[in-house]
Every structure is written in structure tokens, then in C-alpha cells.
Design a binder for this molecule. Sequence first.
Ligand code: C2E
Ligand code: CA
Ligand code: CA
Length: 708
Amino acid sequence: MRIIRPTQPPITEFSGILELFPYPAAILDLYGVIVMTNQKWQQFACLKGLQVSQWVGANYLNLLKQQDKNAAILPQDAHLQLDQVIEQKVDMTKYSYTCKNNGCGHFYEMVTKRFQCECHDYLIVSHQQKENRDELINSQQRLAIAADAAQIGIWDYDLKHDLLIWDEWLYRIYGIDSSTTQAVYETWENGVHPEDLPQAIQDFQRAITTGENFNSQFRIIRGDGEIRHIEASAKVIKDNQGKSTRIIGSNIDITDRVASNHTIEQLSHYDPLTKLPNRQSLEQKLLHGFTSLDKPGFFAALLLIDIDHFKEVNDIHGHPVGDQVLISVAKRLKANIGSEDYICRFSADEFVIFVPHISDSINTTKQYSQVFADNIQHSFRQSLLTNQGRFKLTLSIGVTLFNEARSNTDELLQQADLALYQAKKSGRNSVSFFAETMLDCMLEKKQMMSDLEYACRHHQFELHYQGQFSQQHGLIGAETLLRWHHKSKGMISPDQFVPLLEESGLIIPTGKWILEQACLQLGDWAKDDKFKNLTLSVNVSAVQLLDDQFCRDVKRLLALYHAPADKLKLEITEGIFIENIQATIAIMAELAEIGVTFSLDDFGTGFSSLSYLKSLPLSQLKIDKSFVTDILHDDNDVAIAATIVTLAKSLGLNVIAEGVELEQQQAVLKKIGCECYQGFLYHKPCRIDEFKQLVNHSLPAHANMQRA
Ligand code: C2E
Ligand code: CA
Ligand code: CA
């Protein structure tokens, strides 16, 4: 259709009529160009979003078409209404929309009508605010039903007239009886928890002044005194001038959600048993702890605390009791720390305490930390009381001091761990501070580990033999003792490397090799009259004995080398029972059945729980050499050795003393009833060929016995 644009200026007398319009209104030519507007049009907040400085002369049709889709102020199809009238498809259109400019949200109706004046066609366009009460009521009802179903409390606050309306659910949420109380603004203020009120008011005021949405979380104290958590949100409604006039919002009771969030938080950052923070939270604390310190250069301390022999509590009394003990330990530790200090359960029986900004002097920090750690230890002098009884525990503590933020918390923990290792090594129940030399020790240990692996692969081990003698029969057997010929360090004592073999698991292949050598020897001896009655004692580590294949290996090797099982004696230490008493008994019983015997080594140094002794298929107790060493000077050691002998006899076990170096020692032992001995008095451990020579030429050393 061709549209002829009028050359005449339009009918100016319409301007007065246009001003009488109660709505924003404009007259357009058939191109969509605005020829005249009223004042309301100029001020119409919704249209201001279209950003036109001069309305008259602007092409309204194009403006509507060119609206950015994303930020459309009026609906995208608003221009179609104009098109329809321009193209004379209809005479008039009415088009309802919600204004999207700046969160206005009001309903409007755009009315477009064609008219003629002085033979020219024009359009009049107006935007009327819609007040269709029926629709409003319907939508309010819909909203009320939905809100009710969702248990959302709705409120509507007319700021101009200070009129507040609460729906029934909101009264219910706040625990207020709607039949007796009419909610006013103060009803809300009075309901909010006093601690949360200032923030809630601030959030509310900000929404009103900025026109932004109101979002806030606060606690309320209900009419019945119950505290609930509320999530509040609301939308601010503004008038044409952009002034906030009304605010409509909702309150949701989120107490359950808060509780479950709290539980999730607890689970991920807290130890469920002791309720202390866990290792994960420690790492965060150490990472951020320093940034929050307001005292630069000040030293802090990290204490790694380990309960000595905690495993025994679990093994002897069971895990439920162990748990109770851990709870008590946590409580006692917590009672020892200050409000700024931080404690967490680091692992099963390890706790970490972080003491921030102690002093800017390292010496003072060290002194303080020493006293702090000592106090913790002292506090455990008093036994712990649990439902299952009293427990007396000691603690080993490793401490490291530092005065700068560490991005790598592992480094600090490693230092504390090295210090703890030192504390354990120096007999437990002690405190050690990290020193750089410990790192050297650790590196040395690492080197030793790799050397040991090499030693295993390249057969650098050797077995030495040390005779065992009885008062009555002279030489009765021998003990095998492991030796390591290190390529550069020479001979290394098993005390130094057996623990490393155990730690690395290399004790399994090495132990198999030792057993094989012993069985080979026993098989050999069985064919020789001079040797066939000798027993051979082999030291067995806990890890080795508890290995799945241990029994099978022993049986296989005995059979392979035709070694008499009753000549094989396995020396175990009390530590073995601590690992797993039931499994140990089962393994021992299986081997005892085929004739293998067991000797309890280092007896008297461990926990010597007498209840074990009865249940184990033992044949011998071995008095530890530490008692023999001082037996001539220390009456206590005499008494202990005598007790062991009496105990052994009462249990029907034989008894042997190790580390016998002097005839006088042997004499005292004999006097208290111990008639079997092993030690340098007879000979030092030696190679098998030397041992055989000893047996063939100078032994049986009855002479020694007779001298005693
Ligand atoms: P242990 O089983 O208590 O062995 C006795 C230790 O005392 C041996 O030290 C032995 O050489 C030493 N000894 C013997 N008589 C005397 C004496 O009269 N005076 C003194 N001062 N010491 C004496 P060794 O050979 O250094 O072994 C140390 C520890 O290493 C052993 O203590 C044992 O626990 C472990 N060990 C040795 N061989 C093996 C083995 O084959 N397997 C395992 N698992 N551990 C072993
Ligand atoms: Ca031994
Ligand atoms: Ca021993």
C-alpha cells in the first residue's frame, strides 16, 4: 500500500484535547512518525526505556521494531498492532502487556486507533494502566493457592499508606493468631531475632531506596518462643516517577534446610565422633590462618599429638570403648586450649593444635610452646573416665614453629610429624620440637629404604647363629640373627634396619628367605648326630606372622628341606598380640599342631598382659637382656627375672635368659631358677661355618656350664 505523507502541518488544535487524555498518548502519521504527544507521554516511565530524546519527529513504529530483543521494553510484537491499523486491517487494536522497564511490572493496555483530519489519516496511540479487578482477583487467588501449597507466607506492603497485609501462612510462620492480631510493620520487627534485626532492616531499607529486590535471611522468634530460620525476598514496585510505592514479598521457613546444611557442613568439616574439626578443615585453617593474623612476623606453633599405644585400647577393650576414650581425649585436649587456638582430629588417634601469633621472638615462642605442651601432658596424668572405666594414657607431641603463611601445609605437617617421630623414639610420653637435622634423618631413612630394596634383590643379607645353652644339657640350640653387609657402610645392626624392613613390607620376602635358610639348616642338622637335637630359633616380626601365606610357607619349607618341625622355634614379641590377638592365636595353633614351638622374646619389656600368656600355645619365655645386664647391681631386675621364672614355671613353660655376658650373671640366674642361657659369655653370633666349628670342636661347652 502506498501511503502519501501529508505535506500540511497537522491539526494543532488536537494538542489541547491530547493533554486532556488521562494516559500517555501520541498522534502518529501513517509512517509511524510521532507528530504530537501529551506531557504524560513524555514522562511515561515505561517509554523512557526506549531512550528517545525528542519524541516529536521520532519514528515510533521503527523504534518498536528495532528494540533490542534482550532488553525489550514493550513486547516484541507491539509494532504489529500499529502495522495492522496502518494497513487498515482493523480500525483499532487493544494490546495488553506488562511493562518491563526497570522492574516496573505494571499492566498496561496499548490502544491504537486510526482517525482522519483534513483528509489525512493519523493514528492515536495511548498506553493505559490496566485495572481489571477480576483478573487481578483471579491471579491473587491463584497466587494464594500456590503460596499455600508451597507453605510460603506472602506479604504486601503499601509504603505510601503504610498498609501491611499478611496472608494466613505468614501468620502461621510467625506463630501469630490472625484473628487477634493485625500485622503492622512493627509486628515483623518484633518477630525478628534481635541479633539478626539490624541486618534485616538494612536489607529492607536498601531495597526500598534502590528499588532492587529485597533478599534477606534471618531468624525469628515465634509467638511460642521457638526460633526458626526465614528466607525473605520481595519485589519493589515503583510509580511512574520511579519511586518505590509498594513491596510485595514472601517468607519461607528454611529451618529444616539450615539444619541439613549444617549437618552437611558438619560432615565435611567435622569429625563425627569427637565433633572436632577434621583434617580437611585444618588444611584450610593453616592456609588462611596467617592471612587473618594481624601480627606480622609473630610465630605460631603447630602441635601434632599422638596417643601412645592407643591401638592396645582398641585391641584389648574393643572399638566402642576406643571411641569413648577418643571422645574423652578430645574433650580434655579442648579444655587445654585458648579461645584463639584451634584443635582438630587429624587421624585415628592423632590430634593437631594450632596456636597462632605467640610472640615475635622464636625463643619465647619455643618456651611458651614447651610449657603449653607440658601442660597438655600433665593434664593426662589424671586418668580419663569413660562409661567403660578409667584409662590412663600418655601423649607424644611433635611441635613445629613458623612465622609465615605457608601455601604448602604439607610441609608444616611433615615437620610436626618428624618431631612426633622423634618424641616416640625417645620413649613416648614426651615432647619434641622440629629441627632441620630431622629432615636429614628422614632423607637418610629414605636412602636406607632404597638401599634395603637393593639389598633384598642382591642378597646382601646373611644369617648369624648364636648358641643357646642349658645347665643340664649344654648346647641345646641356636638363634638365627640377621646381618646386612652394606656396600659402603659395612655391617649394619638389625636394630637399625629390621624396623625399616617391617615398615616397607620388605620383611615378607626377607623373612621368607630367613625361614628358608633356617629350614635348610635344620634339614642338614637332622642328618648329623651332633646337631640333630639342636633347636633353631628364628625371629619373626608381627607383619610377617600375620601374612596370609606364613603358615603355608613354614609348612612348605619344612617339608622341602626335610626339617623336623619340632626343632623349629619361632621367637615372637608381645607386640604381635597387639596387632591382632585372635588371628595370632589361630596361626600359632596351626603351627603348634605340627610341632613348631614358640618363644616369647624380650619378655618383661612390653605390656606383659598375663591374660595372653594362658591363651597362647607358647613353650618358652625369654628374659630380656636388659634385665640380665644389671642383674648384678639392681635388685629390681633380680626380682623381675625371678618373677618371670616363677610365672613361666607356673604356666609350664621353660625360660631362657639372653644377653648373658658374665659368669656371675649366669650364677644369679641359676639361683633364681633360670637354667637356659644365651650370650657373649658363650660366644658372639657367628657365621654358620664358625658355628659348626664351635659345635664340632669346642662344644658342647659343658665346661662353661660346669664353671658356672
Ligand atoms: P633379639 O631377638 O632380642 O636378639 C638378641 C640380640 O642381642 C642380638 O642382637 C644379639 O646379637 C644380641 N646379644 C646376644 N648376646 C648378647 C650379649 O651377651 N650381650 C649383648 N650386649 N648383646 C647380645 P642383634 O643381632 O643386633 O639383633 C637385634 C634385634 O634385631 C633382635 O633382638 C631382633 O629383635 C632383631 N632381629 C635380628 N634378627 C632378626 C630376624 O631374622 N628377623 C627379625 N624379624 N628380627 C631380627
Ligand atoms: Ca630373639
Ligand atoms: Ca630378645
